[in-house]
Design a protein around this ligand. Structure first.
Ligand SMILES: [Mn+2]
Length: 418
């Protein structure tokens, strides 16, 4: 019986994009997260006494800005070497041979696969053959797996591959291939990389994306880590996800339907953040908070977005270890709207006009102030991970929805006050 660890997409020292513009972002924690996660991987490998570790591409995010990234990796590998654990690595689109301009001689227990042709490395005493090929260039559009050799009889065969398979949302379709091609090789386990969301594609044979080791921004939410595989008498008997991320990204959607007071709002937000915090199991959390639902608080919320945003931040700080990456207010005005729209009054015809307001793209093109407005956006909105882009159709639709909600909320209150 032996065990091995399968990790991918470490993106070591991945730079922060736009976070510096937030005054309260835990920049150091986020900056160091990919390194701490690698340390956790090393700890886990030693603790579980694994026979070897696989890294299925994108170990590095970009070419190193200096040698520190490489030296840190060597330090970590040296600890594995002391424990007698070899590491098998292929390059991916982020660290393709042509991308990496700086390099150090690989640590002695680290075996890199060729980027020119498929290669097989054997662990004779264990009876294991690992087949793999790294990327020569980022933009690899060939089916690399197709050229891998067929399984070596009598051995436990592993395929190490960085691929998008037949395509995965949000991921470039590099080294595309199909499950049939993989199955055709007769391997026991396909250790894939590239897709940052963990996915067990197939169990016979095992085809696994472990997901990335550590989430790096709000589009990489939820638990992250690596896969621990147990092999007994030449067969896979266990495939377990191990959470080894050190900081977690999460989206929290709070349904404020029917909420009619500040107290209720704060209680619900607090509850939602608390739940996310419990799930993160003592890790610091970076949260995007979305307030949604039809409620009478709607008008208030939209009238002073900065204040409510800060109130929510305040709540998060109060909870501790929770940082709000963004607060989005997507509430809608409560009921009464139907009544107002059905009435016959100047106010209701105004409400109907607002309700029907859907500006076409050509109309936007005729508003010269839009470009000016875009230029005036403060840096935290213009340069963040998901910048506001007034030129983007989807973004304009979302903003229009916000404006409509804001105006209708005001009209409704106006109607009540009369
Ligand atoms: Mn990749």
């Amino acid at each position: 019986m032996f065990r091995f660890l399968h990790a991918a997409d470490l993106h070591l020292d991945s730079p922060l994009r736009g976070l510096e513009s937030y005054p309260d972002a835990p920049v150091e924690q986020i900056r160091g997260a990919t390194r701490r996660a690698l340390e956790n991987l090393v700890d886990l490998a030693i603790e579980e006494q694994v026979a070897f570790v696989l890294i299925a591409g994108d170990l590095y995010d970009v070419s190193w800005k200096d040698y520190n990234t490489g030296l840190f990796f060597t330090q970590c590998m040296a600890r594995l070497d002391e424990a007698g654990i070899p590491v098998f690595v292929i390059s991916g689109n982020h660290d393709a041979a042509s991308v990496i301009t700086r390099a150090l001689r690989p640590p002695q227990n680290v075996r890199l696969f060729s980027t020119r042709h498929p290669e097989t490395q054997r662990l004779e005493t264990l009876g294991v053959a690992i087949h793999g090929q790294g990327y020569q260039v980022s933009d690899t559009r060939d089916d690399l797996a197709a050229a891998y050799p067929v399984a070596e009889p009598g051995l436990f065969n592993i395929g190490l591959l960085h691929t998008a398979l037949t395509g995965r949302v949000g991921h470039e379709s590099y080294a595309p291939t199909t499950l049939d091609v993989l199955k055709g090789k007769g391997y026991d386990y396909w250790a894939l990389g590239h897709v940052h969301q963990r996915e067990v594609v197939c169990e016979s044979p095992w085809v696994v994306f472990p997901g990335n080791l550590q989430g790096r921004h709000i589009r990489e939410t939820g638990t992250k880590g690596c896969t621990l595989v147990t092999v007994d008498e030449g067969r896979v008997t266990g495939v377990e996800h191990r959470e080894i991320d050190v900081l977690r990204w999460q989206e929290c959607r709070v349904d404020l339907s029917g909420c009619d007071s500040q107290d209720v709002l704060f209680r619900q937000v607090r509850q939602s953040l608390q739940t996310a915090r419990d799930l993160a199991d003592a890790r610091p959390l970076a949260v995007r908070l979305i307030l949604a639902g039809e409620c009478s608080m709607h008008g208030w919320l939209h009238q002073d977005v900065p204040r409510w945003t800060q109130e929510c931040r305040n709540l998060a700080i109060d909870l501790g270890d929770v940082w709000l990456e963004k607060v989005r207010i997507e509430t809608r005005p409560e009921q009464n709207l139907e009544d107002l729209l059905a009435q016959d009054s100047p106010l209701s015809s105004l409400a109907r006009a607002v309700q029907d307001l859907r500006l076409a793209d050509e109309t936007f093109a005729r508003i010269p102030e839009l470009a000016e407005l875009q230029a005036k956006l403060p840096p935290e909105l213009a340069g963040a991970e998901e910048p506001i882009a007034l030129s983007c159709g989807d973004e304009r639709a979302r903003l229009q929805e916000d404006v409509r909600a804001l105006l209708l909320g005001r009209l409704l209150r106006q109607g009540r006050d009369e």
